[in-house]
Design a protein around this ligand. Structure first.
Ligand SMILES: NC(=O)c1ccc[n+]([C@@H]2O[C@H](COP(=O)([O-])OP(=O)(O)OC[C@H]3O[C@@H](n4cnc5c(N)ncnc54)[C@H](OP(=O)(O)O)[C@@H]3O)[C@@H](O)[C@H]2O)c1
Length: 385
């Protein structure tokens, strides 16, 4: 039995991870998990799984859940804040940590988990974007496996299995194109938060849904792929594939392209990461090729969706530039979700921050955390009315 710690168990990936482990009983045990402020869902999970520990980020929700656990005598110890997340991610009994918190907040607990020698099922792409070099170096040093949960990276990971890595020429990351595919800038001026959240293929958390609409999600994934698979940016290509059936591909030097296909359902890459290298019976509906009418491909429109180009630029610049870009994006997306700025302001804010802040070369995790705070404060100060 594998003992899991899920960081962000109440979110979209967290909930789907719970679904996978429920179907695969008794192979997995939920040892511990974290959430932010969703005390109702946190209590439901505690009541069902009776984990040993839970960590919560929001103080009010933490107090509420702790009191409730005491009253009901659940035996779950409730911890608070970043210290709590770091603690549950590195506990002795845990075999694997699923990182499904959203945003750069995942960095510290992921690093704690790696230092404690835990294998990581990684959904939290922001962690690799802001500190990919430090994370991968530490994982290598401790022989820790970083197993991708993102569907594109899960696909690339599968397409690389059993082949000579040196013969792999290009990574071809697919993208649905989001809800605004095919539109030009003048048609994006007035789009609403509700429209931007309406993803055509995936049902995801709010932040990644907006990232998908701006194509920043694909940009973050390009940087994530660079660190996970050690490919140059020139060899990571993005292809718009609106049907979201091919989750990504690897092109080899002889011209062969190996692709991974399935119905769009995150439970497949989650299941693969949890069980790697074993393949378990499908938890999702199988593809019906007789009903698939067409698979189409387009070049991404980087003039309209500037975020993708900005992410390539940040990745190529290296140092702390991806962290600057990520912080600006997280702050801008929060402002957009709160209806303080327009959709196209997101890319303008990111570009401005990448010009204003200077990228550093030698940096630590603490430097990245400080820089993240500084950039976000700047964005909020200059854009909040
Ligand atoms: N959703 C997908 O299909 C998908 C696919 C590929 C990759 N990813 C990546 O997976 C990660 C999670 O995405 P998601 O869509 O699952 O997000 P989500 O639904 O918004 O869930 C986020 C989780 O993180 C917790 N959280 C939020 N803010 C936090 C904070 N400040 N401190 C600690 N915990 C916090 C939330 O707790 P509360 O519920 O208590 O607020 C929740 O458990 C992201 O990095 C995303 O890019 C997601």
């Amino acid at each position: 039995m594998k003992k899991l710690c899920i960081l962000g168990a109440t979110g979209s990936i967290g909930t789907q991870t719970i679904d996978v482990i429920k179907r695969e009983q008794p192979d997995f045990m939920l040892h511990s998990f974290s959430s932010n402020r969703n005390s109702r869902k946190t209590m439901e999970l505690i009541s069902e799984f009776r984990p040993k520990y839970v960590a919560m980020m929001d103080e009010t929700a933490f107090n509420e859940v702790r009191a409730c656990c005491k009253e009901k005598k659940y035996g779950t110890e409730v911890l608070y804040g970043m210290e709590g997340l770091n603690a549950i991610a590195s506990m002795e009994e845990v075999d694997m940590v699923v990182t499904s918190v959203v945003g750069m907040v995942g960095l510290s607990p992921t690093m704690h988990a790696i230092k404690a020698g835990k294998d990581i099922a990684l959904a939290n792409k922001e962690t690799l974007v802001v500190a990919g070099e430090l994370i991968m170096k530490e994982a290598k040093k401790r022989s820790v496996k970083i197993l991708p949960v993102d569907s594109e990276h899960g696909a690339v990971f599968q397409c690389l299995q059993g082949n000579d890595r040196k013969a792999a020429a290009d990574l071809l990351l697919t993208a649905s194109g989001g809800p605004f595919r095919g539109r030009h800038s003048d048609e994006l001026q007035e789009v609403t938060v509700e429209e931007a959240l309406r993803h055509p293929k995936w049902n995801m958390g709010k932040k990644i849904s907006i990232d998908s609409a701006t194509l920043m999600n694909k940009g973050l994934e390009v940087i994530e792929a660079h660190w996970l698979f050690d490919f140059d940016y020139d060899n990571i290509k993005v292809i718009i594939h609106p049907q979201s059936i091919i989750h990504s591909m690897v092109e080899y030097v002889d011209g062969s392209v190996i692709a991974q296909l399935s119905n769009p359902d995150m439970r497949l890459p989650i299941q693969y990461a949890l069980n790697y290298p074993e393949r378990k019976t499908s938890v999702i509906g199988k593809l019906n090729f007789y009903e698939l009418k067409s698979l189409t491909f387009e070049r991404p429109d980087m003039d309209t969706f500037r975020c993708l180009e900005l992410a390539y630029a940040a990745g190529r610049a290296g140092g702390t530039m991806p962290a600057i870009m990520n912080a600006a994006n997280e702050a801008a997306v929060a402002l957009f979700l709160n209806k303080k700025i327009g959709f196209l302001d997101i890319q303008k804010i990111i570009e401005k921050c990448m010009e204003k802040f200077t990228s550093g070369k030698d940096f630590s995790i603490d430097d990245v955390i400080l820089l993240d705070r500084e950039v976000k404060e700047y964005v909020f100060k200059t854009n909040e009315a």
